[in-house]
Design a binder for this molecule. Structure first.
Ligand code: BGC
Length: 757
């Protein structure tokens, strides 16, 4: 202090005091004891405009800059949603070739949804969050909650089915579990992004009612109940504006109505306009390509919409700093919630617990669709022979599918797992058909050799001849993750099984009276052969432990309890998408982009089939067990619901008051098992057209053999609302409502009436 005059010294110490924590002397933004908002405000005022802008755009494929001068770290993202993506090169999709980045591959989200078990959502989130944290990732690019509007959507496997209540129920614990690890869940792809065909050039034309009732609820639940810290804008357009900077979706609904305080991240390359990127609610731009960027030899990230063009506008005064401060605050909040969180998280990677969780979830999601004559669980005598037919019995499927492609430490396929589970049985395998022989994606290779020289006829003949003398025959086929199957960037062209599997199953069924079919897919397939086979199982992309989880169910080590998260229709034509304008969209004169009209409104999935009375192959919510359950004594509690007619979209009173519905469930079989009690509501007749039933509650209940349990499902007022477009409010229609309790959307076991005045 010798050379400083007294007043200046006082001013300096006052400044230091203002910027430092009183106890530790560290700057406020670095003080973990300070509330996040205080740290954000303190950091914000220390940043230059250039530093703020640098926060808002990528510096590599998956990272954005921090503020090195201030010790604020970079933000690292990773796909998502069912495992931690291998490290990729700085500016390339190919994996970087690290040897320490093979992760635990968890099941695809369609499988998670099929568990109908919130505890599984939490377990999944906790485990994948821990893997992300261990790998030093701050943002997990998942989960995905776009509704299965068409069974042909190539990304159905990354989503949680066709029902907004089911998807909402499953996404909330997933998000919480991830974020417990100090990792942000980035819920994607917001919004009305329900197909892959022309995903970057299609405008979804959706009325407000289906938007609010079908397509937004799972996002809202993730944000409002799950407290998600990040959300990803989708590639498509809605009401003529690209969704990564869609003012109505991002500013009015997400940040306005729902009060989202997190970060909006663009899908990779989804940002398309300099000005809208600044003003319409986007916070961080990541990408693959940007206008003028293609082929840029170096420093391409500087050309991102939120990079140089943004700085130029700020410097010239064409735009003010209000948006920039908001974006930077949100990004700082994200950083203080994750890498600079006061709670130090270390995560864990490839632990036995994670592999066990992957197996438990995959088995819990496996759905027993048909079990005529109790052909399952397998009953092959010691020394007997089991024939397994089909490519999916051996094909490793963790690799492929697009951005969810993973490199895993190991993947047990169904054939290996059956051999492990049934050591005293001779298990033979016949391929039966040739599907996808590719084994690598982004330079991750399974190392399998799937080449085949036999003709289709020969493959069939070999399978039929191997079936002779077998004690049991299982066909394991379905889809895979190659282009045109369950794959990002493409949709399927048909609901039928590809590669001639339908004919193969029919031929096998002729020769094998007790044929069992396992369909592995992430989307609905049609099953015209269903009546000709005795057993059908819906399996999923189960991740590292896929095969073991399936074998657990086939052998009876696990009593199946999965339920369909979407309808399996008889044919595509039975569904609600009747015209090209509905799917996959049409070109309209005067419009630059393809237009896709959601003319079916709220009649999506079972809402369509049930209301129209169209028979389906297997209904939404269906799934059998190796035991049986009886329902009795359904009761509606005398609760109160505060209901004054209508509610604004963000009214907290919407969640006030609950009714409770209880029902006794008796396990009448010889095995312990889980029943999924499902609650649907049916609105009074007359008035606005509504689906004949809508899922509003469920409980997965474990009941020991011979014992009874009680399911108890609460119904908040929200269960009875519909969205009224004219008033932009949720309304409750008075009259006689029916509460339906059932084991699927078609298997209703009990009904209760309820009068709403
Ligand atoms: C996908 C996103 C993914 C991103 C980064 C995009 O193509 O749509 O789901 O998170 O790439 O890999």
């Amino acid at each position: 202090m010798k050379n400083i005059s007294l007043p200046i010294a006082v001013a300096i110490s006052l400044l230091v005091a203002a910027c430092s924590s009183p106890q530790s002397g560290v700057p406020v933004y670095l003080d973990p004891a300070r509330p996040v908002e205080v740290r954000v405000q303190d950091a914000l005022k220390r940043l230059s405009t250039e530093e703020k802008v640098a926060l808002t755009h990528a510096q590599s494929k998956f990272s954005s800059a921090g503020v090195p001068r201030l010790g604020i770290p970079e933000v690292w993202c990773t796909d998502g949603p069912h495992g931690i993506r291998p490290e990729v090169l700085w500016d390339d999709w190919d994996q970087a070739g690290w040897t320490n980045d093979s992760c635990t591959a968890f099941p695809a989200l369609s499988c998670l949804a099929a568990t109908w078990d919130r505890d599984m959502g939490l377990l999944f989130g906790r485990c994948i969050g821990a893997e992300a944290r261990y790998r030093r990732k701050d943002v997990l690019l998942g989960p995905g909650v776009n509704i299965c509007r068409t069974p042909l959507n190539g990304r159905n496997f990354e989503y949680m089915g066709e029902d907004p209540f089911l998807a909402s129920s499953m996404v909330v614990p997933y998000v919480k579990g991830v974020q417990e690890n100090g990792v942000a869940a980035c819920v994607k792809h917001f919004a009305v992004n329900n197909q892959e065909i022309r995903r970057t050039a299609t405008n979804s034309v959706v009325a407000d009612r289906p938007l609010y009732e079908i397509y937004l609820p799972a996002f809202r639940a993730a944000v409002v109940q799950g407290g998600a810290w990040a959300i990803m804008g989708s590639y498509n357009l809605y009401n003529g504006e690209f969704n990564c900077h869609n003012k109505h979706l991002l500013c009015d609904i997400l940040k306005g109505e729902w009060g989202f305080d997190g970060v909006v991240i663009s899908d990779w390359g989804g940002c398309r306009d300099d000005d809208q990127a600044i003003t319409n609610g986007l916070d961080m731009e990541f990408g693959t390509w940007t206008n003028g960027l293609r082929g840029a030899p170096s420093d391409s990230y500087n050309n991102y919409h939120l990079a140089r063009p943004y700085l130029e506008r700020l410097r010239s005064g064409r735009i003010g700093t209000e948006e920039l401060d908001d974006k930077a605050s949100r990004i700082l909040r994200l950083i203080f919630r994750t890498s600079m969180s006061p709670e130090k998280h270390y995560g864990s990677f490839n632990s036995p617990e994670h592999y066990q969780a992957a197996r438990t979830i995959a088995a819990a999601g496996t759905v027993l669709l048909k079990n005529e004559g109790n052909v399952l669980p397998l009953n092959v005598p010691e020394g007997g022979k089991l024939l397994v037919v089909g490519e999916n019995a051996v094909k490793k499927m963790v690799v492929g599918g697009g951005s969810s492609n993973l490199k895993t430490k190991y993947e047990i396929n169904p054939l290996e797992a059956l051999q492990e589970a049934l050591p005293g049985v001779t298990i033979e395998w016949e391929r039966g058909y040739v599907g996808d022989t590719s084994t690598s994606y982004n330079k991750v290779d399974t190392g399998q050799d799937l080449s085949e020289s036999r003709s289709a006829q020969q493959l069939l003949a070999d399978a039929l001849s191997a079936a002779q003398g077998a004690d049991a025959v299982i066909f394991i086929g379905g889809l895979n993750k190659s282009a045109g199957q369950d794959n990002e960037g493409t949709d399927r062209s048909s609901l039928e099984l590809p590669y001639g599997q339908g004919e193969l199953i029919e031929a096998l069924a002729e020769a094998v009276p007790n044929l069992i079919v396992v369909n592995i897919s992430g989307s609905p397939v049609s099953m015209p052969w269903a009546g000709k086979v005795k057993g059908i199982v819906q399996g999923w992309y189960g991740g590292s432990e896929s095969g073991r989880a399936l074998a657990d169910v086939l052998t009876g080590a696990v009593n199946p309890s999965g339920r369909l998260p979407f309808t399996l229709p008889v044919s595509f034509d039975d569904g609600p998408l009747k015209t090209e304008r509905q799917y996959p969209g049409i070109q309209v004169e005067g419009e630059k982009w393809w237009q896709e009209y959601y003319d079916e409104g709220v009649f999506v999935g079972y809402r369509w089939y049930a209301t129209q009375g169209i028979p389906v192959q297997f209904p939404f919510g269906h799934g059998l067990s190796y035991t049986s359950f009886d329902y009795s004594g359904a009761r509606l509690s005398k609760g109160t619901l505060k209901c004054s007619g209508s509610y604004t979209v963000d009214s907290p009173s919407l969640d006030e008051g609950v009714l409770t519905v209880t029902v006794n469930v008796a396990n009448t079989g010889a095995l312990d098992g889980n029943e999924v009690v499902q609650l649907y509501v049916q609105a009074p007749e007359g008035g606005v057209e509504r689906p004949v039933r809508e899922l509003r509650g469920f409980e997965k209940l474990f009941v020991e053999a011979g014992k009874s349990g009680k399911a108890s499902i609460t119904l908040p007022l929200q269960s009875f609302t519909r969205f009224d477009e004219a008033s932009h409010k949720w309304v409750v229609d008075p009259g006689e409502w029916t509460i339906l309790l059932g084991s699927s959307s078609e298997d209703i076991r009990a009904a209760q009436k309820l009068n709403i005045k």
